[in-house]
Design a protein around this ligand. Structure first.
Ligand code: NDP
Ligand code: MG
Length: 381
């Protein structure tokens, strides 16, 4: 029986994690969860799973939740609540499925408390990958990927010597605007951008897929998780999202992981590794029904965010912190119709250009770069 803490229980990954727990009650038990402001859903989840500890974003909501379920669940709120959920004394593993760099501090707290981490929250690795991975090594904690591409690489690597990796090949579906030329992106709507062809995900990551920033963040995430230099990480366009990613080894043998577009597969694997658990639900991959899989080269001029991500990754230090923070604020502004789709890219570029790099930042300097960038982008809205 694995005891689980879950950050971001009301989100896309969070609800799918609960589905995995729900369908395997003999293997998993939820001991603590955190949500943001979806109180209706979190109350349902608390009543179903009866976790010992819950945290929500603000105090007023915590009071509402406490009144409803306080007799059997401790209810906290805010940053302190996230930290307590992340380090719950009964938990063996933390599933970090919050969105954004708000996940950084709870991740570091869980690492210090010796919890293994199933990590979906890629922004944490982008904003402070060097600190997170150094701390994880220091405390002997595993960071197990949940993101489908990184789970694919993790599975393809299983049992191999990481030093024999020649190249990581991360696949990209292309997002909602993959069939549009750059000049046809002027004036696209939020609704159009949210219409992802293959995956049903939270709003922010769906926009990130449309700008291709999601793939940029994933390149940086892969760099930190697998300790591979940027020169050896390629992105391959692959419309069908069937091959989730590949490793080319030094002997030119290529290992790929395939599957349907169902995040419950990598979520479950992150929780059962190194074992596997049978899944009754979910479609099988029927390749004969597809006949063809498509592959293409990624155009860095069409997808400028991809170029920004590689450049920020190579600059390292606080540059990826700035990339992430600018993107978070710009995407939130686009979702509120405050800026156009293409202005997301412009705001990120401006933020990167004005930033003075700190090469080996400590946590305080990371948090400061994050904050300064947010203020700058907000001042431009
Ligand atoms: P969602 O937006 O669907 O969910 C985010 C979760 O975080 C919700 O529970 C939300 O609470 C909570 N939350 C948001 N802001 C805060 C905050 N400031 N403090 C505390 N909690 C907060 O996101 P996704 O599930 O789509 O994505 C989660 C992470 O997983 C991201 O890093 C994403 O890149 C990654 N990922 C997602 C995939 C997917 O298929 N969705 C695939 C691969 C990676 P509430 O809703 O209650 O306000
Ligand atoms: Mg992914």
């Amino acid at each position: 029986m694995k005891q689980i803490s879950l950050l971001g229980s009301t989100g896309s990954i969070g609800t799918q994690t609960l589905d995995v727990i729900r369908t395997n009650p003999d293997f998993f038990r939820l001991v603590a969860l955190s949500a943001g402001s979806n109180i209706t859903l979190v109350l349902e989840q608390i009543r179903e799973f009866k976790p010992a500890l819950v945290s929500v974003m603000n105090e007023a909501d915590a009071e509402i939740v406490r009144k409803e379920v306080g007799d059997y669940t401790t209810v906290l709120f805010g940053e302190e609540g996230l930290m307590e959920v992340a380090c719950h004394p009964l938990s063996d593993v933390l599933v970090n499925a919050v969105i954004g760099s708000v996940g950084l501090k709870p991740t570091l707290a869980a690492i210090k408390a010796g919890r293994d981490i199933a990590i979906a929250n890629k922004e944490t690795l982008v904003t402070a990958g060097h600190i997170v991975t150094t701390e994880a090594n220091k405390h002997g904690v595993s960071l197990i990927p949940v993101d489908s591409e990184h789970s694919a690489i993790f599975q393809a690597l299983n049992g191999e010597n990481p030093k024999t990796i020649d190249r990581l090949i991360i696949t990209a579906s292309g997002g909602s605007f993959r069939d549009r030329k750059r000049e046809n992106l002027e004036g696209v709507t939020v609704k159009e951008a949210l219409n992802h062809p293959n995956w049903s995900m939270g709003a922010k990551i769906t926009i990130d897929s449309a700008t291709m920033m999601n793939k940029g963040l994933e390149v940086i995430e892969a760099h930190w998780l697998f300790n591979v230099p940027y020169e050896q990480i390629d992105v391959l366009m692959h419309r069908e999202s069937i091959i989730h990613s590949m490793i080319e080894f030094v002997d030119r043998s290529v290992m790929a992981q395939l599957g349907t577009a169902d995040m419950r597969i990598p979520i479950q694997y992150a929780l059962t590794y190194p074992d596997r658990l049978a899944r009754e639900a979910g479609e099988r991959l029927n390749l004969w029904e597809m006949e063809k899989l498509h592959f293409g080269k990624l155009d860095m001029d069409r997808y400028r965010c991809m170029r920004f991500a590689y450049e920020a990754g190579r600059s390292a230090g606080t540059m990826t912190t700035v990339l992430n923070a600018a993107n978070e604020v710009a995407v939130a502004a686009f979702l509120k119709n405050k800026i156009t789709f293409l202005q997301i890219e412009d705001l990120i570029e401006e933020s990167l250009n004005r930033h003075i790099l700190i090469s080996k930042p400590n946590l305080e300097e990371i948090l400061d770069a994050d904050q300064q960038t947010r203020l700058f982008v907000e001042s431009k809205l």
